[in-house]
Design a protein. Structure first.
Length: 137
């Protein structure tokens, strides 16, 4: 997917559009803002594209951006749920979610079409956990 098409896809989600616009305006989006951007953006952008955008944050040099992208990739993090984003937002000044009172705001799963393998991984995770939860039940 070409970069401009990928950014257009990411902009379908209001929170991601807000994060992209903030990065392009060279704002500090905070640690959790960068983490959310990376966790979601890696499904649409190359590592170099992620690093290029992250380094527009004045508190994120290339080494810091590269390390974050590598950590998210190594741990194979899925994009966070809305509840997690709102929780993380309370830990920093920058508003990751521009309109948290709006129902469904910041739910990337509602607005974005992720690669099928992401949905398969999530399903597998919950399927694997189900027998353990039932046994404890």
């Amino acid at each position: 997917m070409q970069k401009c098409m990928a950014l257009d896809e990411l902009r379908k989600n209001g929170m991601m559009a807000h994060l992209i616009d903030s990065l392009e305006a060279r704002q500090d989006i905070g640690h959790y803002g960068r983490l959310v951007f990376t966790m979601v953006g890696r499904c649409f952008l190359s590592n170099d594209e992620l690093i290029d955008l992250l380094t527009k944050d004045p508190d994120c040099d290339e080494e810091k951006a590269r390390t974050l992208v590598q950590q998210v990739e190594a741990r194979d993090y899925n994009p966070p749920k809305r509840e997690r984003i709102l929780e993380w937002m309370q830990k920093q000044d920058f508003p990751i979610c521009p309109d948290p009172e709006q129902p469904g705001a910041c739910n990337v799963y509602r607005d974005l079409d992720f690669p099928q393998e992401l949905y398969d991984r999530i399903t597998s995770f919950y399927t694997d956990r189900a027998p353990a939860a039932t046994a404890r039940g």
